[in-house]
Design a protein around this ligand. Sequence first.
Ligand SMILES: Cc1cc2nc3c(=O)[nH]c(=O)nc-3n(C[C@H](O)[C@H](O)[C@H](O)COP(=O)(O)O)c2cc1C
Length: 325
Amino acid sequence: MSNIFGKIKGKAKRIYYDRFIDREKHMFHAYQKRFFQYAFHVDKCNSKMQYETIITKYYHAIEKGLAFTDYRAGFGRDNINTLIRLMEEYSQKYDVNSFCYKTSLCTLYTYVEKNRKYGLEDTELEKRINSLPGTANQQGGVLEFAPISDGQECNYESLVMGRHSIRHFSDIPVDMDILNRALSLAQQTPSACNRQGWGTIVIQDKNKISDMLNYQNGNAGFGGEIDVLLLVVAELQAFNCDREVFQPYVDGGMYAMRLLDSLCYHGIATCPLSAALTPEQEENVRRIAEINESEIPILFIGIGNYPETCQTTKSERHNPLTRYV
Ligand SMILES: Cc1cc2nc3c(=O)[nH]c(=O)nc-3n(C[C@H](O)[C@H](O)[C@H](O)COP(=O)(O)O)c2cc1C
C-alpha cells in the first residue's frame, strides 16, 4: 500500500487518504454499534453469558478480599448483595449446575466461613446465601502457591500454571537488572510485520506511583505495596491508517502478556492492572507518566518481590470456548 501511496501525488493523494480515513471511521462506528449492542451495562444482563461474566466479576472481587493478608471481616457488603441478587435472577433463568454459578456459591460459602473464623456472624446474610439454590464446587476462594524463582528450571506449562496475579509484596525492592532482563525477553513478542509498536514506562518514585494509582480502578487495599509500577503503552506511529485502528491494542496486549510471563520467569511478582480509564483518568495518567501524544495506555503492571507466603485468588478457568466450523 505504501508503494502506491508513494506514487500518487497532490489531489489524488488527498482523495486516496480521505478514503482511508472514511474506512477507519466506518470500522470504528461498526465496532462501537456492535459493542453497545452486546456489552453488559453495569449489572443489568440480557443473556446467560452476560450474567455469567458479571457474576464472575463480582465473585472475583470477593476472592480478592479473601486473599488479602490483612483480612477485613465482613468486607464488600454492597457487592455481596448485588452478587446474591444476580445469582437469584440467574437461578430462575438458567442451570444452577454451571461452573460459574457453582464457583460463585463456593466463594460465598468461603466468605461466610472466613468471617465466622474472624468472629463475625451475620445471620441475615447467611440465611440469604443458604437459600440460594444449587450446590457449590471447590473452585472459588483463595489459592496458596510457591512462586517460581529467578533461574529455576521451568518448562512452558509450569510457567503458565505457576504465574498468578499477586496483590501482596515483600519490602525487598525489585532488582532493576532483573527487570531489564525481563524487558529484553518480552521484546521477543511477535507483532504485525515485526513492528514492535510498544513501550514500557517504568515508575519507581513512590509518590508518583501513589499519585498514578489514584486514577486506576482496581488497586484498592494493595496499591500501596507495589514497589515499581509499569505502564505498557502502544505507539500509534507504528501502525497503518488503513485497517489498523485496533491493531495497537492487539500488539500492545500481546506484549503485556509476554512481559507478565517474563517477569514471572525471572521471579518477580506481578499484578496486571486495567488501563481502561475514563477520559479524566487518562488525562491525569498521561500527565504523571509523561506519555507521548502518539502513545496509548494498554496495561499497568504492579511489581514487587514475592512475600514469604503467597496467596491469591483462585481465579479458576472455565473450559475453553471453541467452535469447529
Ligand atoms: C487486562 C487486565 C486487567 C486487570 N486489572 C486488574 C485490576 O485492576 N486489579 C486487580 O487486582 N487485578 C486485575 N487484573 C488481574 C485479574 O484479576 C487476573 O488476571 C485474573 O483474575 C486471573 O488470575 P491470575 O492472573 O492469577 O491467573 C487484571 C488482569 C488483566 C488481564
